[in-house]
Design a protein around this ligand. Structure first.
Ligand code: UTP
Length: 294
């Protein structure tokens, strides 16, 4: 029987150089989309998927993330005295259950594979989820919930995938797909290539930052082999699991925004604002007016 996915890793140890100067002293994962930090969207998605243990792999300068998910006595006190019940509800919603959160450090940003490896003693021998907060997914049913449900049927490892323009393959891990299976959302993974040039890419199916990973990946990550960009790549370790455990790409329903990139981040802010009844009308009126004046 497939083991239930109970634990999620949030790797938040990266340097976020593409967002300098904003990320010089502030974690990239705390950048807000409208009024909520990226990492909170990821945690809410994990909770909606039934995750019970939340493991953050942090680094230097990332304390704001720990504070964000902790109780804030001063703020709570001020809001209570001012009878701001709506805001109290907003901050109470952020808190995670006592004992459900663990922070571990990645001493150096050596790559995503290394970040996941840093959490190995907190996972054990069970499938676990990995969520990259800078991939923000707008969906009717949260992406990880879609994946957890599909994973219950097939087990093994599963990665979220989506088609990207051929010119963009060098920004992603790219899947070499096997033959189609009955569920059109599932793509058997025959190979994985990290950031191939378009001419070397086996497809245009790119890996997005949602994973369900079989515990056996840690034996591969133990080798600490470096790959593209001199980093310890998660994709490379996953590629070595092919053939050992079932391995599927999952075509999720929803819109993904690359919030690690300026254009994707701006688009996410507009898309999420347009979904908000208190903001949508204003944004719709402002954009064409301002664009025409530029
Ligand atoms: P990115 O590949 O976007 O790297 O990481 P980055 O360092 O954060 O950003 P840039 O490229 O310099 O702008 C994707 C996710 O993986 C985490 C990041 O924190 C981010 O959430 N990560 C990356 C780690 O936790 N450790 C690493 O060594 C690398």
């Amino acid at each position: 029987m497939t083991k239930r996915v109970r634990k999620a890793i949030f790797p938040v140890g990266g340097l976020g150089t593409r967002f300098l100067p904003a990320t010089k002293a502030m974690p990239k994962e705390m950048l807000p989309v409208v009024d909520k930090p990226l990492v909170q969207y990821a945690v809410e998605e994990a909770r909606a998927a039934g995750i019970e243990q939340f493991i953050f792999v942090t680094g230097r300068g990332k304390q704001a993330i720990e504070d964000h998910f902790d109780h804030s006595y001063e703020l709570h006190d001020v809001l209570t005295r001012r009878d701001k019940r709506d805001l109290l509800a907003v901050i109470d919603e952020i808190k995670l259950p006592a004992g459900a959160v663990t922070y571990t450090r990645q001493p150096e940003a050596l790559g995503l594979g290394h970040a996941v490896w840093c959490a190995r003693h907190l996972i054990g021998d069970e499938p676990f989820a990995v969520l990259l907060a800078d991939d923000l997914i707008l969906a009717d049913q949260p992406c990880l919930k879609q994946m957890v449900d599909a994973h219950a049927g097939v087990g093994g490892s599963m990665i979220a995938v989506m088609d990207v323009p051929p010119a963009h393959t060098s920004r992603y891990g790219i899947v070499a797909p096997g033959s189609a299976v009955a569920d059109p959302r599932l793509v058997p993974v025959q190979g994985l290539v990290e950031k191939p040039k378009p001419e070397a890419a086996p497809s245009t199916l790119a890996v997005i930052g949602r994973y369900i990973i079989d515990g056996s990946v840690f034996a591969e990550l133990d080798r600490k082999q470096t790959g593209a960009g001199g980093e310890i790549q998660l994709t490379d370790a996953l590629a070595r699991l092919i053939g050992q455990v079932p391995f599927h790409g999952f075509r999720f329903a929803g819109e993904r925004f690359d919030c690690g990139d300026k254009v994707g981040f701006l688009e996410a802010n507009l898309a999420f604002a347009l979904k908000r009844p208190d903001l949508a009308q204003h944004v719709k009126a402002f954009l064409p007016r301002y664009a025409a004046a530029c």
